[in-house]
Write a protein of this length. Sequence first.
Length: 454
Amino acid sequence: MSQNPIAETIASLMPRAKQELSELVAFQSVADWAQFPKSESEGAANWVADALRAEGFQDVALLDTPDGTQSVYGFLPGPEGAPTVLLYAHYDVQPPLDDAAWISPAFELTERDGRWYGRGAADCKGGFVMHLLALRALKANGGVPVGVKVIVEGSEEQGTGGLQQYAEAHPELLAADTIVIGDAGNFRPGLPTVTATLRGMTLIKVKIDTLGGNLHSGMFGGVAPDALAALIRLLDSLRAADGSTTVDGLASDAVWEGLQYPEADFRSDAKVLDGVELIGQGTIADRLWARPAVTVLGIDCPPVLGATPSVHASAGALISLRVPPGVDTAEAIKLLQAHLVAHTPWQAHLELEVVGQGQPFQADTSSPAYASMAAALQEAYPGQEMQVAGMGGSIPLCNTLTSLYPEAEMLLIGLSEPEAQIHAVNESVSPEELERLSVAEALFLVNYAASKSI
């Protein structure tokens, strides 16, 4: 990376960034109090608030959102007449899943093979550190040329919508001329990428009841309706033989026209076992970024260990549906619910509960902010031009902000490139990506301020 004063400053700040990320990763800030203490999330929120105060932010506040979590807000005034930029990240994380599968402890930042490992290192505690690095570099090189609002969410991974509801109730709070969401990632390490689309999502709990209680499978099996068997048949109805998602009435044939994802790269990124087929039809980009995808996240049934020879009276599951851009999530939920009702076998009793949802998102890549970001990324990644990609994941807040501030430009960047393995065991962040993207964000703020003063 060619050195300029901002890049040199950020390079000098990297040891501090590692220490701070280590402190932040140490908080077990999973926003599910049934799994982790609420005090861990509160500790992370206070750490973020203290970091903002130390950088001179005003009006720093821990916002009690309707879902019982806290988001952290702060405002750094800019020069008179300068535009305002909102920087977003989240401090909550996914559970570590299988602790035994982590090579190093999930909540202990560990350097290995040139990467920093730990839950949230990339998604998205690293995103907050990226914002800090960019702002510190600007302060050390003439000052921050824009007004800056920072919002760091406390429940993004849970999809419970606390910050969205809070923002809707306080629409003036997050108003800005442009918004930088630091929760996406480059298509490849070293390939600067902005994310232009996100799939929406919904989570639905399914419960099937067929009997007043479990029965002896020898005495009643073959006639008594088995709730677990009914659930298996119902879940199977959500996929075609090739694995394509099949929800009655929900289109699954959209095409992605932009950056493509080579199959060999996907197989490597996803660690698909040799000889195992990929599911669905169309290009990889079609399936990931432009089409719906259903996933069974969990099933409530007896484990193999300790199982008894019984016909089961009840069984349940948690289903995720990723909703592609151009489809309304509320309509997709209705179609999914109708599908589940129509495909429940044997007139079994079915209960459905929507426990989370978010709309898909599509950015306007022709906006002036994108030109400022393209120039910044090209300088931070010499010889590379900005790429525009989609992302199969969801950031529900994006649509809330778009609805509240329709004139605001929105860009998605971040540290969650494929090697980061977010949401999986052994999540990691590339310190080189953290450094380069911090430089890019700082340069973007300079470019954007200049574009607004013309």
